[in-house]
Design a protein around this ligand. Structure first.
Ligand SMILES: Cc1cc2nc3c(=O)[nH]c(=O)nc-3n(C[C@H](O)[C@H](O)[C@H](O)COP(=O)(O)OP(=O)(O)OC[C@H]3O[C@@H](n4cnc5c(N)ncnc54)[C@H](O)[C@@H]3O)c2cc1C
Length: 390
């Protein structure tokens, strides 16, 4: 089958690699002038690891990523309010925290080696049906060659899905730094500090780049995107004072940050497209379901979508039957995680006083229930609700 994929992000690259390996003829179109990962670091959860293992890519990524054993969130006084331990699900279960470009390079190479054709500098603006086939339409008025299936992996701002005002009030500044040797940070834990729900920071180990031995960490600082201009005008030492007040142990991390430009501002959004499949256009990844990275699921959901779509196409000769099998396979899991994310985001990123107060009061007593460690680990691992259950 000829498949046209819009978007060479995590979803598009994974789908391209899966499809090409299954023998489909795949073309990928991206508006970026050349291949480039966007962003800092991310956690590949056990669900995403399973998809990468199916592509034979997991072992190499494990070599350059950091093996996360726990997520540790504390108030400024040091009291724990988030304690997720992957080993509650089994000793061999972990989160794989990696530099975004490590994942991107690995998926891009796999797709190229499988015979995928890439077309950069092509902004997708829509699609048209000509008889039985689809053509992607580009911003310059040109069209792609005909394909039996168009995959929308264009991320949150896809032109195929109407979205109004889906941005959340909070986003974050992200910067990559050498992994700190001082401050007591663990290479196996994502550490966070909170004050209420609108001031927080985190240090996440992200392993190393493919051709380097230096271990890195991602540092993030919660911020309203509307305050970004003010941040740019605030002298860096003054901003650092605010962070150090929350988290004195982060001093060495902050020493590595020497300019406002070391940061990328990430805007968070929440939205689910009404339908994952519209005729012969299928939405995957953030184009279908975008959420705040609080639960660390977005890239994993993108990998699962690509894997499920490829499975469905292998199992059904008829493309329409394959697309409805795909929607069924992923629909419930997407709904569940979008709902959980919607509920949790204001507890960690909002101006609410009540929700973080409840969080801080209830976290410890709730964690005493016997089922909580397993439930929390399953939620973060992405395995609740059967990720590929039809
Ligand atoms: C700061 C931050 C931290 C995160 N941390 C995690 C984490 O720890 N774990 C996790 O699982 N997820 C995390 N996520 C979420 C994750 O990054 C996304 O869910 C994931 O990147 C979605 O992949 P995608 O391929 O669907 O979309 P994208 O990665 O957004 O890719 C879309 C691609 O389409 C291209 N494109 C867009 N529009 C057009 C157009 N009109 N024409 C042509 N090309 C176009 C873009 O150039 C891009 O290459 C995080 C997100 C952020 C912002």
């Amino acid at each position: 089958m000829k498949v046209a994929i819009g978007g060479a992000g995590i979803a598009g690259l994974a789908a391209a690699a899966f499809f090409a390996r299954a023998g489909h003829e795949v073309s990928v179109y991206d508006k970026a002038p050349k291949p480039a990962p966007v962003g800092s670091g991310l956690i590949i959860q056990p669900t995403g690891q399973a998809a990468l293992a199916a592509l034979g890519l997991l072992d190499n990524l494990v070599k350059c990523g950091a093996r996360l054993e726990r997520l540790d969130g504390r108030l400024e006084c040091g009291r724990k309010v988030l304690d997720v331990r992957y080993d509650a699900l089994g000793l061999d279960i972990f989160g794989l925290s990696i530099h975004r470009s490590a994942l991107f390079d690995c998926l891009h190479d796999a797709a190229r080696e499988a015979g995928v054709s890439f077309f950069y500098g092509q902004e997708v603006a829509g699609a048209e049906i000509v008889g039985e086939v689809m053509r992607l339409g580009f911003a310059d008025g040109a069209f792609s060659p005909p394909a039996a299936l168009a995959v929308d992996a264009l991320g949150l701002r896809t032109p195929f899905v109407e979205r109004e005002n889906c941005y959340l009030d909070y986003g974050a500044l992200w910067a990559n730094v050498p992994f700190p040797s001082a401050g007591g940070f663990s290479k196996h834990a994502l550490s966070q500090r909170y004050r209420s729900a609108n001031v927080s920071a985190g240090v996440m180990p992200i392993g190393r780049l493919r051709d380097s031995d230096e271990h890195l960490a991602a540092f993030f600082w919660t911020m309203r995107p509307s305050n970004y201009e003010t941040f740019l005008m605030t002298p860096l030492p003054r901003w650092k004072e605010q962070v150090l007040k929350l988290w004195p142990e982060a001093a060495q991390v902050l020493d590595q940050i020497t300019s406002h430009e070391d940061f990328v501002l990430a805007r968070y959004a929440h939205h689910t497209a009404p339908e994952p499949v519209e005729g012969r256009v299928v939405h995957i990844g953030d184009a279908w379901h975008a959420a705040s990275p609080q639960l660390g699921q977005g890239a994993n959901m993108a990998l699962l979508d690509a894997w499920a779509l490829s499975n469905a196409l292998q199992r059904h000769e008829d493309a329409d039957a394959a697309l409805s099998a795909f929607a069924k396979m992923r629909g419930r899991h997407v709904w569940l995680y979008q709902t959980i994310s919607r509920l949790f985001t204001p507890v960690y990123q909002s101006d609410s006083k009540l929700l973080p107060a409840l969080r801080d009061k209830l976290a410890e007593p709730l964690s005493g229930f016997w089922f909580m460690p397993k439930l929390l680990a399953a939620m973060v691992s992405g395995t609740l609700g059967g990720p590929l259950k039809a």
